[in-house]
Ligand binder design. Structure first.
Ligand code: DON
Length: 564
């Protein structure tokens, strides 16, 4: 049997098993583990480990595969971040965040009166940032992978070329887009089969144009995307649809290796993403605050516990709005100060344990989030670990694409502060560090994180969810490190979100009893219920028993941990 057939069969087997086994419960393994938003893509990652590849090979193969199986967020037309720890405990990160095109300006979404043209920074071809995923996966693989490049990308090509079973999540999306007039016509027929009808569950979904685009990347590396035929087609698309990305933008794009943000919590070390993500700084700031708390007197999910967590969030998000942006454009971001234990001491003293603090409405914040990013976690038997989050921003990004390319473009330009100086209570932020400038990277909340114990990876974790990412990763990490929860329990535990402004605690339905709600309200908190937040994908490693435990969030029914 050919390699590609073996992989397709393996994926079909996993899908079949998944249909009968408990889907999102924890999975144990001895040799390695991959957790992602699609069980078939997790299986692709494991197939790399079985071939002798390491965690980076598995992560890169899984990420390319998700661009085929999970196109609402898995992508080659977007960007993201990767945190890597090798078996010796050396850590690094790869920043493949999208960039503003050279022709971008900080007034590009404003009308003649200087007001934001609603949705123009999200739902137009001008919302597309220069994609970073292909450059980032290539850089990560060429520096830290073991298997040949062609080997790690081939399974995604096979899935696109030969098809994979259309799942129910995709079917729901297909129904939605068949009835919705998109920004351009691309999404209208994106999920059609060869009879021009929408795909049905379990039908094999083939994406032949995407297979071709991936084949050029396989054969030419990043040049197969940023130069030549694909680049030409991207630029043609931009011209036709009013986008501003040029050949020069594509040719100039580079992924960047950056030092991780390092924090610690009661003997554990935390490695996470630095700016242009805000996630790492905020996570470490909040974990430092938690280290000062007396958890003997703070029972899990008590009003006192949730109040403290919300107050930590309030402060971290205020600091985020004030200070964070692309470090290449903001050389003086006070990262060291914000992540220092001394700074946490000062911040901790400002917290009144009986009363909610104010959120100054002259300052910052907005509430937008959905689960349209995707995270994958990998650990291998040598002790390497990868935590990778990437995104198109909205679900299916800009919802725009070119038929002959087969992939969807991001709408990440919407993560910039769109209107200089205009910070509103409805949530729009106008602070300087994250204003638009040519070639600047927009601020992100993605928080791929690795926690180590005695210099070895212990927990790999991350999530989608816009700004809620920072807080769901924070609470899951705290659940594992402080409350000793098993990874599946830590992921499933209901969570809260506070982001400075709007000044409210958003809580997952059923988390708060009426008594707890009353206490929190009497402390001065405004409460808002919502359904699920985040979709965490995590792995822990028990160094004594030498066992990996993986779990994915049950909010994503097609996600899964696959180990071997
Ligand atoms: O980078 C970010 O923080 C966002 N673009 C992530 C978007 C996301 O998780 C989905 N929701 N809007």
């Amino acid at each position: 049997m050919s390699n590609s057939k073996t992989i397709v069969l393996f994926i079909l087997t996993i899908c079949f098993l998944g249909a009968t086994a408990s889907l999102n419960a924890q999975t144990y393994a001895k040799n390695g583990m991959v957790v992602s938003s699609d069980r078939g893509s997790s299986a692709v990652g494991v197939s790399m480990l079985k071939k002798g590849g390491n965690a980076v090979d598995a992560a890169v193969a899984t990420a390319f595969s998700l661009a085929v199986t999970h196109p609402s967020a898995g992508n080659i037309g977007g960007g993201g971040f990767m945190v890597f720890m090798n078996a010796e405990g050396k850590t690094t990160t790869i920043d493949f965040r999208e960039k503003a095109p050279l022709a971008a300006t900080n007034t590009m979404y404003l009308d003649a009166d200087g007001q934001l043209i609603e949705d123009s920074n999200h739902m137009s071809a001008k919302a597309i940032g220069v994609p970073g995923t292909v450059a980032g996966l290539y850089l990560a693989h060429s520096k830290y992978g073991k298997l040949p490049w062609k080997t790690v990308i081939q399974p995604a090509i096979d899935q696109a070329q030969n098809g994979f079973p259309f799942n129910w999540s995709l079917y729901h999306d297909a129904q939605y887009f068949s009835k919705t007039e998109g920004v351009n016509t691309f999404m209208k027929t994106y999920f059609n089969n060869k009879n021009a009808a929408i795909m049905q569950p379990n039908e094999l979904w083939k994406q032949l144009a995407l297979a071709q685009t991936l084949t050029l990347i396989r054969d030419q590396g990043p040049d197969g995307f940023y130069k030549g035929k694909t680049a030409q087609k991207i630029v043609d698309f931009m011209r036709k649809n009013g986008g501003i990305i040029t050949k020069k933008d594509l040719a100039k794009y580079e992924a960047i290796e950056r030092e991780p943000i390092k924090g610690s919590y009661k003997g554990y070390d935390i490695y996470t993403m630095p700016p242009p993500s805000s996630g790492g700084v905020a996570l470490v700031e909040m974990m430092n605050l938690m280290e000062l708390a007396d958890f003997k007197s703070l029972e899990f999910n008590s009003a006192a516990h949730l109040h403290l967590v919300a107050e930590a969030m309030r402060r971290a998000f205020a600091d985020r709005a004030e200070h964070l942006g692309d470090p290449d454009f903001n050389p003086n971001i006070p990262v060291t100060k914000l992540t220092a234990k001394d700074f946490a001491k000062k911040r901790f003293q400002e917290i009144n344990m009986a009363k909610a603090s104010p959120s100054d409405s002259a300052l910052y914040g907005r509430l937008y989030d959905s689960d349209n990013t995707t995270h994958l976690s990998v650990m291998d038997k040598e002790g390497n670990a990868v935590s990778l989050t990437y995104t198109l921003e909205y679900s299916y990004g800009s919802q725009m694409g070119a038929k002959e390319l087969g992939f969807i473009f991001n709408n990440e330009m919407g993560d910039f502060n769109p209107q200089p100086g205009s910070t509103k209570n409805n949530g729009q932020i106008g602070t300087a560090p994250n204003l638009i400038a040519p070639e600047k990277r927009m601020l992100s909340s993605m928080t791929p994180t690795i926690v180590s114990k005695n210099g070895k990876p212990y927990l790999v974790i991350g999530s989608p969810g816009g700004r809620t990412i920072i807080n769901t990763v924070f609470q899951t990490t705290l659940n594992v490190l402080e409350f000793n929860m098993r990874i599946d329990k830590a992921i499933e535990a209901l969570k809260i979100h506070h982001q400075w402004l709007p000044n409210q605690i958003v809580y997952e339905k059923n988390l708060l009893s009426p008594d707890t709600r009353k206490i929190l309200e009497s402390m001065g908190h405004t409460l808002k219920e919502r359904n699920n937040m985040g979709a965490l994908m995590g792995i822990t490693y028990d160094a004594e028993k030498k066992i990996f435990t993986g779990a994915s969030d049950s909010s994503q029914p097609d996600s899964g941990a696959v180990g071997y």
